[in-house]
Design a protein around this ligand. Structure first.
Ligand code: IMP
Length: 212
């Protein structure tokens, strides 16, 4: 199956590739040009994920997987949320965002946080036959503009710690602590992260929708 992974975020792309290869066989990843950008101006994860999926599917006429994801921190009224990638400003790096996060939580005792991912797998109606979907499975999708959209949300609960730990993952992972593991998500392998991650949870739902 030809598949476009519509993200320029290297961390996300690596996770998608790892997880997709265990969920689907015969994936041929399509080139997603650096110059292709979608303006993320919706007010929800779902709205942004749908927008990215719609624009990429139309432009490349290809089965596409995309997510919109972010960090919600309870003590910050669920900020940074949909603004997670640009919490510290338009061109913020992961380091800038993490610094702002830790400063915002100074003297705050409530460290509860969660990652949220809205994943969308979109299929041009003209290519639906190549996926051998059942009639029941097709009913799990929204149809719009001759594209089928399979959408699912996943979450991952954790806590924010003050000092970074680990070299793996990306984004907020060095500060995102999983109490049950006594580790941050940057201290575990991509495979272990995929056993609890928001992105993995949503992808498993999508796989169920496709095989219904
Ligand atoms: P998006 O590309 O607009 O969906 O922004 C996602 C942002 O949310 C990333 O740039 C990270 O800051 C954050 N994020 C989402 N998922 C993760 C994750 O699994 N680990 C760390 N940060 C994440």
């Amino acid at each position: 199956m030809k598949l476009l992974i519509a993200t320029h975020n290297k961390g996300k792309k690596k996770e998608f590739l790892d997880m997709l290869s265990t969920l689907f066989s015969d994936i041929e990843v399509q080139e997603y040009p650096r110059s292709f950008e979608v303006i993320e101006d919706a007010l929800t994860f779902r709205g942004n994920a749908m927008k990215k999926a719609r624009e990429a599917t139309k432009a490349f006429d290809c089965v596409t997987i995309v997510d919109d994801s972010g960090l919600e921190v309870e003590a910050l009224n669920n900020a940074p949320g949909i603004y997670s990638a640009r919490f510290a400003g338009e061109d913020a790096t992961d380091d800038d965002n993490n610094k702002k996060l830790i400063e915002s939580l100074k003297n705050e005792k409530n460290r509860k946080a969660r990652y949220v991912a809205e994943v969308v797998l979109s299929v041009p109606v003209s290519q639906v036959d190549s996926l051998n979907l059942s009639e029941r499975s097709k009913k799990n999708a929204l149809e719009e503009d001759s594209i089928l959209f399979f959408c699912a949300r996943g979450t991952c609960d954790g806590e924010i710690i003050d000092e970074p730990k680990g070299e793996g993952g990306f984004g907020y992972d060095p500060y995102f602590y999983i109490r049950g593991w006594d580790k941050t998500l940057a201290e575990v392998s991509t495979q272990k992260k995929a056993t609890i991650s928001h992105r993995a949870e949503a992808l498993v739902c999508i796989k169920k929708m496709l095989t219904d």
